[in-house]
Design a protein around this ligand. Structure first.
Ligand code: ACO
Ligand code: LMR
Length: 264
């Protein structure tokens, strides 16, 4: 019989050996002929299946809305400083990407984890928020540096409006909104932020699309796929900021002394 040497790598998402490359078994020509968009490609390469149009459209909206948020946020600031230090595109991009984490853009997975756990266990928003406080953990997906109860994040509203119109159920999002109502009663800065909106709505997408088993949903949430949406999206803006600085021929950045509190 055949003797098969053990392979060093196992891969299940793409194959480039045939006449044309395939993403999750779908050939490139079908991707083009069927008019697939980037949401479909993400579905194939991340989730290994074709998702319904409203899901891929939602993914694309997340990417468009998170592509940039001005030059002052952590990621763009790092990228701008790096580009002005004369570094190349990849260095400027990754310098910005490295700021994505639990405080900035990278709270989507934890928001999904905590909202799912709290909702599935039937905790009231009060019980959930107060139990987090007791543990000394900030609620992921809640809070913003400039958004307030009376100056909500438009991106959150747009995502919610799309989901309320197209998703079969928005139970996790409604739970996140109830959590926000409670946190806003405590402080005006504790709004549902874009990470919390995407985290809760992606739970609704996974649970409501009928395309994932319970076990698959748990695995997606546990591994943490969802911060990838912000990383991917914000790369678009960070690349733009790099080009902008180069185009403007901006000199080496040095932070002004007046803006530093020198103290002993
Ligand atoms: N849960 C509970 N309490 C909170 C939260 C939260 N998520 N966020 C702020 N607070 C409270 C705290 O009591 C804090 O006081 P403390 O410093 O004694 O803990 C008080 O509000 C004031 O908070 P600030 O530190 O002034 O808030 P700041 O503006 O620095 O932080 C931030 C903003 C980092 C977004 C914060 O709200 C947070 O950590 N949120 C959770 C992580 C998150 O969702 N990040 C994604 C933001 S959206 C994005 O980056 C695209
Ligand atoms: C962002 O998308 O970068 C923000 O929500 C963070 C910010 O402070 O504006």
């Amino acid at each position: 019989g055949k003797v098969r040497a053990p392979t060093h790598i196992i891969s299940t998402i793409s194959d480039d050996r045939g006449e044309e490359p395939c993403y999750a078994g779908v050939p490139m020509s079908s991707i083009v002929e069927r008019g697939y968009g980037v949401g479909d490609v993400i579905s194939l390469l991340w989730f290994k299946r074709s998702l319904p149009r409203y899901c891929t459209h939602f993914i694309e909206i997340c990417i468009m809305l998170c592509a940039d948020h001005g030059p002052c946020v952590s990621g763009a600031h790092n990228t701008i400083v790096t580009a002005r230090a004369g570094k190349d595109l990849v260095s400027s991009l990754v310098s910005g990407l490295l700021t994505i984490g639990p405080r900035f853009g990278g709270a989507i997975d934890d928001a999904a984890r905590y909202f799912k756990d709290a909702y599935d266990r039937g905790l009231t928003p009060y019980e959930f928020v107060e139990s987090m406080k007791k543990k000394g953990i900030r609620v992921p997906g809640i809070g913003h540096r400039i958004k307030r109860g009376d100056n909500r994040d438009k991106r959150v509203e747009l995502l919610q409006r799309f989901a309320r119109t197209h998703f079969p159920s928005v139970k996790y999002m409604e739970y996140a909104v109830q959590v926000e109502t409670y946190t806003l009663s405590k402080a005006n800065n504790l709004v549902l932020n874009v990470d919390g909106a995407i985290g809760s709505l992606f739970l609704d997408l996974l649970a409501g699309s009928g395309m994932f088993s319970k076990q698959e949903i748990d695995e997606i949430v546990e591994i943490g796929y969802l911060n990838g949406l912000f990383v991917l999206a914000r790369s678009i803006g960070l690349i733009g900021h790099t080009f902008d600085q180069k185009r403007l021929k901006q000199p080496l950045y040095r932070h002004p002394w007046e803006d530093v509190l020198y103290t002993k």
